[in-house]
Design a protein. Structure first.
Ligand code: BEZ
Length: 189
């Protein structure tokens, strides 16, 4: 699969005709909602785990020195916490462009914190996409993040903002927080 997923995402017609759609955010969407939304609510999806396994050539790294950003990997029974946004379908054109480096829209059940659930969308970069980097130790991931920067800024900023946003949600993510611990060690020299 090529890096650019815009055309594939635009063929996704599941919510055509809907006035609004819930979108689950588990990465940059938690701390960077640079799009209009009608409402947002802390939420989770089940069966997935957040991992810094996706390469970023266009936002937090470059073609020759990719950074690392999060994707979701299948993990039966696991719950991934994040933030759900209610958006109009037009916002997906913007998001397809922003997340064109391998992320595909997937329909999923989104559970709101407290009560209730709804079918919505999530963007996932699978192991089949060309920018996928896959597993590495948390220490090696932190080292790569410490060294990477792209048009959207330092890769370290992405990690630190995500970790802070998860703390503010009251959610503990061992993978993210362990990478943050190593990164802070590297940054302290
Ligand atoms: C998110 O924060 O949900 C997200 C992460 C990567 C790509 C698109 C969305």
């Amino acid at each position: 699969m090529s890096h650019n997923t815009i055309a594939i995402n635009q063929r996704m017609d599941k919510f055509d005709g809907h006035e609004s759609v819930w979108l689950f955010g588990y990465g940059s969407l938690i701390f960077k909602a640079d799009f209009p939304f009608i409402e947002r609510r802390p939420a989770s999806i089940t069966g997935w785990t957040r991992r810094f396994w996706q390469g970023s050539h266009d936002h937090r790294g470059t073609e020759t020195a990719p950074g690392r950003v999060v994707t979701l990997v299948p993990d039966p029974g696991q719950v991934c916490h994040g933030m759900a946004y209610l958006v109009t379908p037009e916002e997906f054109a913007h998001l397809d462009h922003r997340e064109k480096n391998g992320y595909l829209r997937l329909a999923t059940e989104i559970a709101f914190e407290g009560a209730g659930s709804v079918e919505g969308l999530v963007y996932i970069a699978t192991h089949e996409n060309a920018a996928y980097l896959g597993p590495a130790s948390e220490r090696d991931i932190a080292r790569q993040i410490a060294a990477s920067r792209g048009p959207s800024g330092p890769n370290s900023e992405y990690l630190l903002e995500l970790a802070q946003a998860l703390r503010e949600l009251g959610k503990f993510d061992p993978h993210v927080f362990e990478i943050e611990r190593h990164l802070r060690e590297f940054m302290a020299g």
